[in-house]
Design a protein around this ligand. Sequence first.
Ligand code: NAP
Length: 248
Amino acid sequence: MSGTLLVTGASRGIGAAVARLGAARGYAVCVNYAASAEAAEAVAGEIRESGGTALAVQADVAQEDEVERLFATLDADLPPLSGLVNNAGLAGLVNRLEDAPAETIRHVMDLNVLGSIWCARAAIRRMARRHGGSGGAIVNISSGAATLGSPGEYVWYAASKGAVDSLTIGLARENAAEGIRINAVAPGFVNTGIHAASGMPDRLEKIAPTMPIGRAAEPEEIAEAVLWLLSDAASYTTGTVLRVAGGR
Ligand code: NAP
């Protein structure tokens, strides 16, 4: 593949795996992060050491102005954008809805929903034929939670991912004639730091045996699905949510 792939939240977890695989498939990669500069620089450095092109760029993608700055940096320093993976996301500390602080719920909605919207809008302004672009692909990272609802854990997170699914369907139809395919990947349960960050450090050990497939996914297994959706091999696939959830 050619052009630049922007992966939001690529300092670790699924985003880092997508960035690495994207570089291996020939993209110049923009490794976005919010706070973990050292980790993001390590991902970008690893890609460059393997002969690829990568640039780590700090931006809180929940903030519209920071997204604009992120894309301006990309315009200036990397080849034209051809792919976006809206990966940055969080769930917030586990709770029942009636006990959850408004701040947690707002933060999750701002990042998972508005962050994806700001980035998709900026990407479409660059990739759409009507704006002089030459097309591209967007993959939004949803979650199996969108259809499971996450009762007793983080219902607001599940709702945010339901919004990501709707965004995927609408944007795909709005931009199909613009040369942009837009899809989502809905992982089920992945071995990353998000579970400990949500206050459940033992979630992986607890839930893995309940998965039909008997284990959590590794981030690289999610990255394969994302890279397929970005690639020309998925040329007729748009507006779909691909569940990569071990049967759940
Ligand atoms: P993770 O390991 O917690 O990594 C989150 C990444 O997002 C980090 O690189 C973090 O970077 C970045 N980030 C956080 N806030 C940001 C912001 N405001 N702006 C830019 N980047 C930000 O998470 P993960 O498990 O890989 O999850 C990635 C995506 O997959 C999320 O959308 C998540 O909802 C989804 N997902 C995960 C699972 C799972 O089981 N892990 C299942 C279904 C869906 P900094 O440290 O620099 O903030």
